[in-house]
Design a protein around this ligand. Structure first.
Ligand code: ZN
Length: 500
């Protein structure tokens, strides 16, 4: 056993425990904390976060890390030991490259900008957010400088969220995807529109909730190792692989929102629950990059829960909950309705065909903001022009346009592409799952999801966060991330649904 590595891991358990405690506070803040609880909560969070940061970036960590690096030098890249050291090094560099004074400045600017964004969005007034966005962009350019890059400042920011992928690679992937998506959206638009009016009837929210619990159990979520609560913006959080919690929201006149958001978060949770015990309390514990995480949530949400076999099993159960609303609606009609494709203004409500077009818009704008080609004052105009170009619609307001997402107000640039990378990988992974498991989808009609889950455990989850997206795709599937599998999946599915 590598003693120096052991010492490093032991030292970092304190960081991990502090972060887990912070996550409990974050979870409680989103789920149960009373309105007036914000101040003492943010003080407690700041204390824990600072403690974790101080231990992680300390000279002790540095010397233990260097010693461990020397020790694992000759080990295989894929070994748990070399991977631990590699992952610790990546985070250590990220956290120590930013001067403390910058981090303080950034966090102050972000809390101001977040408050300004909320008001600006409410008042549909971009000019109230503009100076803050200018500050955010300036800080992100500065941050890219500290983190370092060779080609594009975007690379530096992207690495924080999706290590191992460059801006140039994303440009290629996106242009391949765009080339296939644009004609598909046009073909679908030329077909008669799908009737989904019955989804706007009133659906008791308690019954919706009860149905989501059935779904979670059905896909293999273990309630002895987790729980579901309500949150305005659904998320998943974990305090170890034996306590992974999900949240969902219910809208009375939009039952599909709770259904698919529950399965989406359930997909994230299954990934975390599948992280091996041997990685517990090390930095290899839990799911890997944002893109890989999203590949798991999207796979369950789209490829599985929007499929016809899935609803063969679950639709009669849903109908029993809502006989008045759905008693006369056939399975085929329901399945078509939850797969309706329509260019829309809001990213988080977009269907799986048009979703990535929303991401292209943000990626283009972020890149040109960082290089200064696009001025912050011109963002609304540029946003609207790209929506017209990609989706054929123009936002009637900035609230439903460039002010809709929280990310920029939080100082987060370089994050959006991870959603599309997740979609691409989900299609690649799922195509392989079908190839290797004939009869997989047939099982869905009988409520059998364990075969898919064990396959995902074996091919994806067992790696914890050892590998980046490209590393994992190469090792498990001998392939690179590419756009074709997603395009093939969408083309086949929607040709059938829309009779293309
Ligand atoms: Zn997600």
């Amino acid at each position: 056993m590598e003693q120096r590595l052991e010492a490093l891991n032991e030292h970092l358990t304190r960081v991990i425990d502090l972060r887990r405690a912070t996550s409990v506070l974050d979870w409680d803040q989103e789920v149960y904390m009373p309105e007036e609880g914000a101040e003492p909560r943010s003080q407690a969070q700041a204390t824990l976060t600072t403690m974790a940061h101080e231990i992680f970036t300390s000279d002790t960590t540095r010397s233990l890390l260097e010693a461990a690096e020397a020790e694992v030098n000759d080990l295989d890249f894929d070994s748990d030991e070399a991977s631990t050291v590699r992952v610790v090094r990546r985070y250590f560099d990220q956290e120590t490259k930013l001067p403390t004074a910058f981090v303080t400045r950034e966090s102050k600017a972000i809390s101001r900008s977040f408050m300004a964004w909320r008001k600006a969005r409410e008042a549909d007034d971009f000019s109230a957010f503009e100076p803050h966005l200018r500050e955010v962009v300036k800080l992100q350019v500065e941050k890219a400088g500290y983190l370092g890059y060779t080609d594009h400042p975007y690379d530096a920011l992207l690495q924080q969220f999706e290590p191992g992928i460059t801006t140039a690679q994303i440009e290629t992937l996106f242009s391949d995807l765009k080339a296939g998506l644009v004609p598909l959206v046009k073909d679908i638009a030329a077909r008669p529109s799908v009737d989904d009016s019955f989804l706007s009837l009133s659906y008791d929210t308690q019954k919706q909730w009860d149905f989501t619990l059935i779904l979670l159990r059905g896909i293999g979520y273990d309630f002895r190792r987790g729980r579901q609560d309500r949150a305005a913006h659904p998320f998943t959080t974990q305090f170890g692989n034996t306590d992974v919690r999900v949240t969902t929201r219910t809208h009375e006149t939009m039952p599909q929102s709770a259904i698919f958001s529950t399965v989406h978060e359930g997909g994230h949770a299954l990934y975390e629950l599948g992280s091996p015990d041997k990685f517990e309390r090390t930095l290899l514990a839990g799911g890997s990059t944002l893109g890989l995480h999203e590949s798991q949530s999207r796979l369950w949400e789209n490829q599985v829960a929007r499929s016809l076999p899935f609803w063969h099993y679950y639709y009669p159960i849903l109908q029993a909950f809502f006989p008045q609303q759905l008693g006369d609606v056939s399975l085929t009609t329901f399945h078509r309705a939850v797969n309706k494709v329509e260019p829309s203004l809001i990213r988080v409500e977009a269907d799986e065909v048009t979703y990535n077009l929303h991401i292209f818009v943000r990626f283009e704008l972020e890149k040109s903001l960082l290089t200064g080609e696009l001025k912050v004052s011109d963002v609304p105009e540029a946003w609207n022009a790209l929506y017209e170009e990609y989706l054929g619609i123009t936002p009637p307001s900035d609230a439903d346009g460039c002010l809709q997402d929280v990310h920029w107000s939080h100082g987060i640039l370089g994050y959006f592409p991870t959603y599309t990378l997740g979609n691409l990988m989900s299609a690649q992974i799922y195509a392989r799952a079908l190839e290797e498991n004939p009869g997989l989808e047939e099982g869905y009609s009988r409520g059998e999801y364990a075969p898919l889950l064990s396959w995902l455990r074996e091919r994806i989850h067992k790696h914890g966060s050892k590998f980046t997206g490209p590393e994992l795709m190469q090792r498990e599937f001998g392939t690179q991330i590419s756009a074709q599998p997603l395009l093939a999946y969408l083309r086949a599915k929607y040709s059938e649904l829309y009779g293309l």
